[in-house]
Design a protein around this ligand. Structure first.
Ligand SMILES: Nc1ncnc2c1ncn2[C@@H]1O[C@H](COP(=O)(O)OP(=O)(O)OP(=O)(O)O)[C@@H](O)[C@H]1O
Ligand SMILES: [Mg+2]
Length: 263
């Protein structure tokens, strides 16, 4: 059974025209869905709506978002809060910026783990170190002991990704999580996300400009244009037989990931 189903969802920012137009999307457990598309096509708007995190002015004007049999749009504020970071986690493009600059990474990370799992501080610490290591961050212990200003943008981004993944969410929503990282590290983070899916049966929706990333990791790929999916299918269908010229162009211009082409 599908874990998340989006039925005819339209979203606007108060203007006359919706920026997401009657979109349908079904996510199965343990499935990775890649969403690509040009700037302004509505990718971020769509995935933010799945977590009730539309920017001010944004609203879902039609449709429903069913998570495990219930429409999220009927959730109370409290239910949304409980859902976020717990059952559904999100990695933003500038996720590193969401870290608290006044507290050491370690304290934030441990607190976040302990708020989701009943465990000893030492176990939370070990889990954090493990996740940081998986993000290929050198010297995880010293990172735990650092403030954000002591880390580069790419390091902060990987810390934030590690924190989201440590929650072992049922669904991970990722909006351009790796765009700011250099290609070798990007490849590593992508493999970690796939690992997470294998280990914890996490469903992942990843928004990316990089068709190489999408086609490497996704079971299904959707291409958005002007608020709609113009292309939708399994990885093989989309790669081997794109229906839309725009998709074909994206496929012919796939950048390399980690020094090699992936498709
Ligand atoms: N806070 C906002 N207020 C008003 N309009 C917005 C807001 N955020 C996005 N939009 C509009 O909604 C449309 C979709 O934007 P969105 O950010 O979802 O696109 P995107 O596909 O994520 O683009 P990108 O690839 O550049 O991140 C755009 O036309 C944009 O101008
Ligand atoms: Mg976006």
């Amino acid at each position: 059974m599908e874990i998340l189903t989006i039925n005819n969802v339209s979203i606007d920012y108060g203007g006359h025209r919706p920026v997401v137009k009657s979109v349908n999307l079904a996510v199965n457990p343990q499935e990775i869905i890649g969403i690509v598309g040009e700037s302004g096509s509505g990718k971020s708007t769509l995935i933010r709506a799945m977590l009730g995190l539309l920017p001010i002015g944004g609203r879902v004007s039609a449709g429903e978002i069913i998570f495990k049999g219930r429409n999220l749009l009927d959730y109370s504020k409290r239910e949304w809060r409980e859902l976020r970071g717990n059952k559904i986690a999100m990695i933003f493009q500038d996720a590193g910026a969401s870290l608290n600059p006044t507290r050491k990474i370690g304290n934030q990370f441990i607190e976040s783990i302990q708020s989701h799992f009943e465990c000893l501080k030492a176990d939370a610490y070990a889990k954090a170190i493990d996740m940081l290591g998986k993000m290929r961050l050198p010297d995880a212990a010293s990172i735990m002991n650092s403030y954000t200003f002591q880390l580069s943008g790419g390091m902060k981004q990987r810390v934030a990704i590690a924190m989201a993944m440590a929650m072992e969410p049922e669904i991970l929503l990722a909006d351009e999580p790796t765009s700011a990282l250099d290609v070798t590290i990007q490849a590593q983070v992508v493999r970690q996300m796939m690992d997470l899916r294998n280990q914890f049966k996490t469903s992942i929706i990843i928004v990316t400009h990089n068709m190489g990333v999408a086609s490497y990791m996704s079971d299904k790929i959707g291409v958005m244009r002007q608020g709609e999916f113009v292309e939708w299918g399994t990885r093989a269908q989309v790669i081997n037989n794109p229906q839309h010229e725009y998709t074909a162009n994206l496929l012919s211009a796939i950048p390399e990931l980690g020094g090699r082409r992936l498709v």
